[in-house]
Write a protein that binds this ligand. Sequence first.
Ligand SMILES: C[S@@+](CC[C@H](N)C(=O)[O-])C[C@H]1O[C@@H](n2cnc3c(N)ncnc32)[C@H](O)[C@@H]1O
Length: 384
Amino acid sequence: MDLATFEQLQSPAGQLLLAEIAERAGVESDLALGTRLRKTYAPALVAAAVTQNHLRGKAVPKFGADAARMYFTHDALEQSTRMPVATHRAARLASTGASGVIDLGCGIGGDLVALARAGLRVRGVELDPVRAAIASANLRALDLDGEIVCADARSVEIQADEVAFIDPARRDGRGRTFSTADLQPPWDWVRQLLAGRAVAKLMPGLAHDAVPHGVEAEWVSDGGNLVEACLWGAPFATATRRATVLPSGAGLESTGEPVAVADVGAYLYEPDDAVIRAGLVSELATTIGGWLPDAHIAYVSSDGAHTTPLARGFRIIDELPFREKPLKAALQVRRVGTLTVKKRGVDIVPEELIRRLKLKGPNTATVIMTRVLGVGRAYLVERL
Ligand SMILES: C[S@@+](CC[C@H](N)C(=O)[O-])C[C@H]1O[C@@H](n2cnc3c(N)ncnc32)[C@H](O)[C@@H]1O
């Protein structure tokens, strides 16, 4: 979609067209609807409106009911921050007493919307003219104030009372990048900003040693999906590393305190990916009064049952043989026909093992296969 088409989409005629498509899509076929509408409207405008309607549907998981009033492009929607995560960040930023934020590369304004809703004064800067126009329209559509500038973020002056927020573009022609070398605006520039009042959203695969000294790295998951590492510039840092699990908002921060390594107790816990990526498995163990069954594997054990959003807990029903043949026999005795295998730190491919076991029976079971104090062990478990 070019800028002229987006402007037409926002004209009264464009709005009528969008409303009609929203009402009729699903009732009439795309083909019939398009053919009929092209008799009244320019074909490029009809195509843009049909695409927009489709993107609004696709945006619902990220933006909820707001999606129906917002505008997107395919790529900018993919790059945008999902609202629960943007809202969490915005609330934390607002709680620091910040008054204004400049979003340096605001895309279609996913973060900008959350920042404005948190009561912050917002300015967005975006290199791409269509995205800049969309960010501006999205603020208006949601009755939010803010100013959008179409420019290179590196050329814009940051006001003394503004916090810089940067969510650098992470994709290149080859797909999602895991390297800070491919970021736009460039990582060196982002790093420099992080020495001051700045916050940056980075890929969750960010290496710990890439985090600049004095900056806090917060790994965030939402609905079980690890989505980002958010870097909090030195003035905002309250920990070295942190894990935040949404939607609950449960969190953990690094203490560096060691935790015991010992044999498995009555329960096993599989930490959330945010906890694992943040390197906070020991901290999780301490929180639940537990320990690590192996110093190098991301399982926690305890003798008490805990329900926490930070981990999935399992009660150990029994220990089973680790070797395949006796394991099969033990499962046959229990008449297990449907098996789930969870594994960590052992050289097993669960689907292949399950296929080889050729189990038959009315019962379902979950088995955790892992290393405990360096030795392969298998446990029959049930979810807490
Ligand atoms: C990952 S997206 C931002 C998404 C946004 N946080 C959201 O939730 O919708 C990064 C954006 O930065 C923009 N960008 C990249 N380099 C830029 C630069 N030097 N100046 C301004 N914008 C830039 C890209 O065009 C892209 O829209």
